[in-house]
Design a binder for this molecule. Structure first.
Ligand code: NAP
Length: 260
């Protein structure tokens, strides 16, 4: 299977990226740099994570054009001027002229979405955000953002992992060509003790984390951004694209319900 997916705007995005929530300081810089050395080409950060400077330092020694970099603007900065100022500040922290993707981190019903989308569209026009997206949006909110925007809303980043039902949103995304970016794709580690997952993973000679990620990225329009800080986890999580999931195993995994 292909390790890259095309967005509605035509950009090519690696189906497996690195999440950086809770990565801080030197540890963050080390993990992001190591990830890129191993082969990661998609890094997910956010203003809220307080690590944009470290992410920027980590990517500085690599070819910027080869890395797909995402940041997210926090929900109290969705007014037109605030959004633009926050995005400009992110570019300074990240020490880059553009991000590949800018997301609204969470919807905020108290701030008109028109303002947010106008700011995002201007950032796209100015070449400061190559793609636009949202996060934690329901279907109606996503639809509204898409109606308001002159540029495609290429993704909705939401919590999605094995054992959870996202079928309504996924169907919408598949029909409308919006990527569903899975965050917490390993349930923050909590789903990995599941006996079915462990049994099936070992039948492939893989770890439960790998199988959980494989199940996600095999789905049409789904990409995933697991966080990993150890070299072992970083390597494992990227090793998804040269083996296939048996259809009967996919069906069994589809049926799993896991409480987290
Ligand atoms: P996650 O990726 O589901 O889980 C991360 C945890 O799993 C870490 O403790 C990690 O350990 C462990 N792990 C990683 N690979 C593993 C493997 N192969 N086997 C066993 N354990 C493994 O959780 P997450 O950080 O919540 O989600 C991922 C990313 O999504 C975040 O970092 C962030 O970028 C994004 N996110 C976005 C939102 C949003 O509102 N948009 C919300 C939450 C998260 P080590 O670190 O020790 O390797």
């Amino acid at each position: 299977m292909n390790s890259r997916v095309k967005t509605a705007g035509g950009a090519s995005i690696p189906a497996l990226g690195l999440g950086t929530w809770k990565m801080k300081g030197k540890e963050c810089k080390r993990s992001v740099r190591q990830a890129i050395e191993i082969g990661y080409r998609h890094i997910d950060t956010a203003v809220f994570y307080g690590n944009e400077a470290e992410v920027g330092e980590a990517i500085a020694s690599f070819n910027r054009e080869k890395i797909f970099l995402t940041t997210k603007i926090w929900k109290d900065k969705l007014g037109y001027r605030d959004f633009k100022d926050s995005a400009e500040a992110s570019l300074r922290w990240l020490d880059t002229e553009y991000v590949d993707l800018i997301l609204v981190h969470w919807p905020n019903p108290e701030i008109p979405l028109e303002e947010t989308v106008r700011a995002m569209n201007e950032l796209a026009e100015e070449g400061k955000a190559r793609n636009l997206g949202v996060s934690n949006f329901g279907i109606d909110q996503l639809e509204r953002a898409r109606e308001l925007s002159s540029y495609p809303i290429v993704t909705n980043q939401v919590k999605y992992h094995l054992g959870t039902d996202r079928s309504a949103l996924l169907e919408y995304c598949q029909t409308e060509d919006v990527l569903l970016t899975s965050y917490s794709p390993l349930g923050q580690g909590e789903i990995l003790d599941n006996e079915t997952l462990k049994r099936l993973a070992s039948s492939y000679g893989k770890g439960p984390g790998q199988l959980a990620l494989k199940w996600l990225v095999e789905q049409d329009r789904v990409i995933a951004i697991p966080k990993a800080s150890s070299e072992g986890h970083l390597r494992e999580n990227l090793d998804l694209f040269d083996w296939e999931l048996r259809p009967e195993d996919k069906e069994e995994l589809d049926e799993l319900v896991i409480k987290t």
